[in-house]
Design a protein around this ligand. Structure first.
Ligand code: PEP
Ligand code: MN
Length: 261
């Protein structure tokens, strides 16, 4: 292969592998809202093929008046969903003050786009032994993105997963512009796994499956997809949330494409 000289980092999350030839799909709601919502959604995404459950407990909302997440209560509900499904959990850490709580409940610690250049936070997660998924800042170059990953690794934690979630451009039709070529760039420049978040990259449920198919075709290591048991009633990002049934269609198609390429 073109990358024959490099040893790709493969991260093991409770038996789920991320990196190398694996294609890992994380799915779940933007935010944990209540027990019924997270349990219903988790059971469905597990049934339909997800490898890891996502769900925000601490939410970086544009407006301080929007739902900010359930905090510790949300983490506890994620633990319940994990116990019911066996799916490992990814959830966001926004503030070093919440590190101990998030560390206790998360199997992968998510660093959001808004904190990609929060070097104090990056160093904090760099000192721990849990995998970290680092999302690309909305106006960050690939070089800046990789340097943020270095901030984590330079503290000793080499279990870093990169996530492209769309960048700011002049275009307004989509929430962000998906920079799909970053996958090839990262695979040339780095040993780290790179996954795509088409939910935040497009902002539109109808665009997520096509973007996911392209993600598998171009050689990414996986996806993170927002799925809600009732998108119309979501407290956060409903317009870009798939129903569990839509997620099933996506999952089946994308895995075939990955197997083919
Ligand atoms: C999220 O994944 O819920 C999120 C807030 O994404 P981003 O940090 O990419 O905006
Ligand atoms: Mn979201």
């Amino acid at each position: 292969s073109r990358y024959a000289n490099r040893v790709d980092t493969i991260i093991d999350v409770e038996g789920v592998k991320i990196g190398g030839d694996n294609f890992t799909i994380m799915a779940g709601p933007c935010s944990v809202e209540n027990e019924d919502q997270i349990m219903q959604t988790a059971l469905k995404v597990k049934e339909y093929g997800a490898d890891i459950l996502r769900g925000g407990a601490f939410k970086p909302r544009t407006s301080p008046y929007s739902f900010q997440g359930l905090g510790l209560e949300g983490l506890k509900l994620l633990r319940k969903a994990k116990e019911a499904t066996g799916l490992p959990i990814i959830t966001e850490l926004m503030d070093p003050h919440d590190f101990d709580a998030v560390y206790e409940y998360a199997d992968i610690i998510q660093i959001g786009a808004r904190n990609m250049a929060n070097f104090a936070l990056l160093k904090e997660v760099g000192k721990c032994d849990k995998p970290v998924m680092l999302k690309r800042g909305m106006s960050s170059t690939i070089k800046e993105f990789l340097m943020s990953a270095e901030y984590i690794m330079s503290e000793g934690n080499e279990k870093v997963i990169l996530c492209e979630r769309g960048i700011r451009t002049f275009e307004t039709h989509m929430r962000n512009t998906l920079d799909l070529n970053i996958v090839t760039a990262i695979r040339e420049l780095s040993h780290l796994p790179i996954i795509i978040d088409p939910s935040h990259a497009t902002g539109k449920a109808s665009m997520i499956e096509p973007a996911s198919r392209a993600t598998a075709a171009i050689g990414a290591h996986g996806l993170i997809i927002e799925v809600h048991n009732n998108p119309h009633e979501a407290l956060c990002d409903g317009a870009q949330s798939l129903t569990p049934e839509e997620f099933k269609v996506l999952n089946d198609k994308v895995r075939k494409i990955h197997d083919y390429v």
